[in-house]
Design a protein around this ligand. Structure first.
Ligand code: PLP
Length: 426
């Protein structure tokens, strides 16, 4: 099939009639499909079911330090969970705190604390006239929702194939002391699956922000979430890089086992410099007597160590890989060369990012919905839900079965074709 852009109006109209018939046939099936949610499938959840069997007796509940995990105490997390998550996050065990069941919750708390109490003695953000955050786009909608919730002004920064455009990041944060943070998903980013290059990470570590309470919010949610054994991205560890560059306090690192064990019932962790941790522990002591140590113990016993966790991630990859391949192969077969969309084939993470012709994303998502396919809302990958080009669509292949995914992707490409033809016809 030649590029749609080479077809004249008559050819486009003829094609449209053909595709509309196909679309009506799928619509008649009254399907109910969902490619909107970055959730592990049931088969993936089942991989961790044995975790429920590791704790039975009173004696099982005692962690390495001899503490009964059923009772109060241990603010930072038990040693074995700290070791496991420290290895996962590639930071020293002493620089990590284990939190509850959600890393997003920890991010919210960090921002909330900065609003009310400031960061290491600086003016609380709520007392400032303006507070801004840099938001690499497309990005993770829930990050943007947190900053929007606190009235923080979001400044989009375009993503490149090596991470956020660092020329823009460096310039803006050096000039403007109202910029207090940047959201980053540095590995297999949500939604593009991009991993920041060595140079990008190095430039982050060397940042010279005008605001002394500026922090990099480094959400490494997909740090060990590879799809392939032989093709994996590598990300430089930023905490050590910052330390080496004399900027130890610059970064807050977040991660969780949400897409390793159970989303919503995993464990979350936070890593930062000693000085940052002193402040954060002070806040934590007010907030809680300690997080769920039973769940920490369950995770530590089930995975054993980081190599157990890495092996476990291979099982996730075996389930996820065919799903990503199904979507990517269909996109290539049906849309390759048509010049009506582009996408990135990621090597890990949970998403495929699709860029339609400008002005088409909302209409494509609406068209797919007509045939019973729910996609992530167009615009969700941008601050305030506003994609200025109305182009980006996030595809989440993890939850549906392979068969559902095959049909869902067919509906998606049909919707892309039909909406694009209308756009070309003007
Ligand atoms: N960060 C990113 C980039 C995500 O994509 C997600 C979930 O999709 C989360 C954080 C949520 O993490 P948690 O379950 O630890 O709150």
């Amino acid at each position: 099939m030649p590029s749609y852009r080479e077809l004249n109006a008559e050819e486009l109209e003829a094609l449209k009639r053909e595709l509309e018939q196909e679309f009506e046939a799928v619509k008649a099936k009254d399907l109910n499909l969902d490619m909107s949610r970055g959730k592990p499938s049931i088969a993936q959840l089942n991989l961790s079911m044995e975790m429920m069997d590791v704790l039975h007796r009173e004696s099982d509940m005692i962690c390495d330090a001899g503490i009964d995990c059923r009772n109060y105490g241990v603010l930072d997390g038990i040693q074995e969970a700290k070791q496991l998550l420290a290895d996962m996050m590639e930071v020293p065990k002493d620089n990590i705190i284990i939190f509850g069941n959600s890393s997003l919750n920890v991010m919210y708390d960090m921002i909330s604390h900065a609003m009310t109490h400031g960061v290491m003695g600086s003016t609380p953000w709520a007392k400032l006239d303006r507070v801004k955050f840099l938001c690499p786009v497309p990005g993770y909608d829930r990050h943007f929702t947190i900053t929007e919730h606190f009235g923080i002004e979001m400044v989009p920064v375009p993503m490149t194939s090596t991470g956020p455009d660092m020329d823009i990041v460096e310039k803006l944060i050096a000039e403007d002391d109202t910029i207090k943070g940047i959201w980053c998903v540095p590995k297999y980013s949500n939604p593009q699956g991009i991993t920041y290059s060595d140079e990008t990470v190095h430039r982050f570590a060397c940042l010279k922000p005008a605001a002394k309470d500026f922090r990099i919010y480094w959400d490494n949610a997909y740090g060990i979430h590879h799809l392939y054994d032989d093709k994996q991205d590598y990300l430089i560890e930023i905490f050590m890089e910052c330390k080496k560059e004399g900027n130890p306090d610059l970064v807050y690192k977040f991660a969780s086992t949400s897409k390793i064990s159970f989303p919503g019932s995993g464990i979350a962790a936070f890593a930062a410099s000693d000085a940052n941790l002193v402040e954060i522990r002070k806040q934590m002591r007010v907030q809680t007597i300690g997080h769920d140590k039973v769940n920490q113990l369950r995770h530590a016993r089930f995975f054993g160590d980081i190599s157990g966790m890495v092996q476990h991630m291979r099982k996730h990859a075996e389930i996820l890989r065919p799903k990503f391949d199904t979507v990517l192969n269909t996109l290539e077969k049906e849309l390759g060369g048509l010049e009506i969309g582009s996408w990135i084939a990621p090597r890990g993470g949970y998403f495929i990012s699709f860029d339609a012709m400008d002005g088409c994303a909302k209409a494509i998502v609406a068209k797919a919905k007509e045939a019973g396919l729910v996609m992530t809302d167009a615009g969700a990958t941008y601050p305030y839900g506003k994609d200025p080009r109305d182009s980006n669509i996030r595809i989440a292949p993890s939850y549906p079965t392979l068969e559902e995914l095959r049909v869902a992707t067919e509906i998606f490409v049909l919707s892309v074709k039909l909406v694009s033809i209308d756009k070309l016809l003007g």
